[in-house]
Design a protein around this ligand. Sequence first.
Ligand code: GBH
Length: 463
Amino acid sequence: MFPPGFVWGAATASYQIEGATRADGRSPSIWDTFSHTPGRTHNGDNGDVACDHYRRLDEDLDLLAALGVGSYRFSVAWPRVQPDGKGPANPAGLDFYRRLVGGLRDRGIAPTATLYHWDLPQALEDAGGWVARDTAERFAEYAAVVGEALGDGVERWITVNEPWCSSFHGYGNGLHAPGRTDTGAAVAAVHHLLLGHGQALAALRAGGARSVGITLNLVPVRPASGHEADAAAARRMDGYANRMFLDPLLRGRYPSDMAAAFSSARPGLGVVQPGDLEVIGQPLDFLGVNYYSPAIVADPSRLDEARRAGLVPSERQAERVAAELGVARVVRAGSDRTAMDWEIEPSGLTDLLVGLARDYPVPPVYVTENGAAFCDYVDPDGRVQDPARVEYLDGHLRAVAQAIGEGVEVRGYFCWSLLDNFEWAYGFAKRFGLVWVDYATGARIPKSSFSWYRDVIAANGLA
Ligand code: GBH
């Protein structure tokens, strides 16, 4: 059902699984600061211990081997490698990733390394974070350091994971570290994350890296009705969630409607300098796409009409940048949702991939994350059963197969996530893993989805 050579993978991120936040010279990241600030995360949860992956590396590598993945997507913690965010590498921090990459290769698993999955060294945030242009330069230096240390061992590099989350959730919506609510700062952060991506890509290539891309969280957007006001709201949401990143990366410019919508947000795109868009628009070897759920949007003045059509306001109304842009999120009353309350819609993934290939000159695509949190349960024999996750993954893999059938060059799929882990502001309450983690003991229990996915991988397709 999938093409020969299709890459099957599983994904994680450093702060969500590693723990050992003070080991071997690691410095605090913005997520240590944020999660230790009262009121920022569910239950005050933090990544101090998380899955204790830093100390259970071999056990987790063995789980990956048992799953049979062709590739493992992990991220490198910048504050382990450069505790001050600049300067010489910390050898003990790099050593962990050398052991990780070596351990994968020993097991025949190709490493896919993400350089930035949100754990910015706090020292750099103190100097302005992603609102400061200097952070992009520092990121390129860090990329060169990691590229040189891990070198040939890494099959493919992802510079930045989901710059939308880092910029808008981090600096605009206040939902992620560093927790700021300043739209102008968020838009400047967009630019510096993309600039950092471009500079890091060049640095990695100069060091001999074969395959370099970026991962975006993209959202298929649907208008709540055929009314022009809802269609216009959907265009604004598409600009905010998708085009603000796709256009500079793949077309060499920011979308003019978004530049106008953010024109009063300072510094915003005022930070763009001559030549930056050439750096950002350098050809990618691949585009990573993370997909979880679609978005249905209405014009805020039309929520009553939406309600009459069975569409109810979603909790995401709380997102302040969307509200500023005049975008109201709605969901179908009674629709299937995950434990995150995200609507389940596999066809959204087909639409997204097909639309991307239709609208942009896209390089080959990897689905670098897809998965779901559910209320998994332990059966009388002590097995963790997660039939809802199997159904979610099955549906979304069929959606990928359909996009491939329609001509989109999708080269691989990484399930989020290998392990239950620290789900950012939701703490440990939401479990996305193929493997259950007992946080009290650190014990790992593969769920029923683990053996299901193992069989899919072995068959290169669905039954
Ligand atoms: C990813 O974030 C992360 O890369 C990963 O670390 C995380 O654990 C995983 O997914 C699960 O959350 O409908 O307006 O909220 C994804 C976070 C989820 C944020 C979907 C954007 C869509 C826009 N994204 N959400 S909205």
